[in-house]
Design a binder for this molecule. Sequence first.
Ligand SMILES: [Fe+2]
Length: 170
Amino acid sequence: MREYITSAFPELKKIKDDDLREKIVELWICAMEKGGWQSLEQIPFTLLIPDVKTSLVEHTRRVTNMAMAIADKRDDVDKDLIIAGAIAHDVGKLLEYELKEEKVRKSEYGRLVRHPISGACLAHQMNLPKEIVHIIAAHSKEGEAVKRSREAIIINHCDFIDFEIAKAKK
Ligand SMILES: [Fe+2]
């Protein structure tokens, strides 16, 4: 399973801190187990855009690469937090969604707890740094209630760029 996650997200290799990289891998493994997912390819990027063609892995990698490109142009952000936070930001969708009768739909848990919250709870449980818990919790509209870190600002914007472009294609 470890190899499966590392090959799904080649950007993991760019995280310099070994412990942080390992914890992000474990976070995805745990989310797959809790959500009952056999494969990541089954998971769409969003249920908010009907018949969206992009997978969650493609979206996550695109957001990670966009955020890394921005971080490369700045000297006031932590690049490890950018990469790790971007790879982790939507991990809660593995709990928000479920596969039922070969269709992905919102889970009962997901109807009550949106993915920024479930992802942040899982990251907290798994002892990820608070800065990563913050990025996950604040990457979407839930983050309007807190002061986002510089890394969270970048990931919030990259996420919405990808979402808005996917929506505009429809
Ligand atoms: Fe996202």
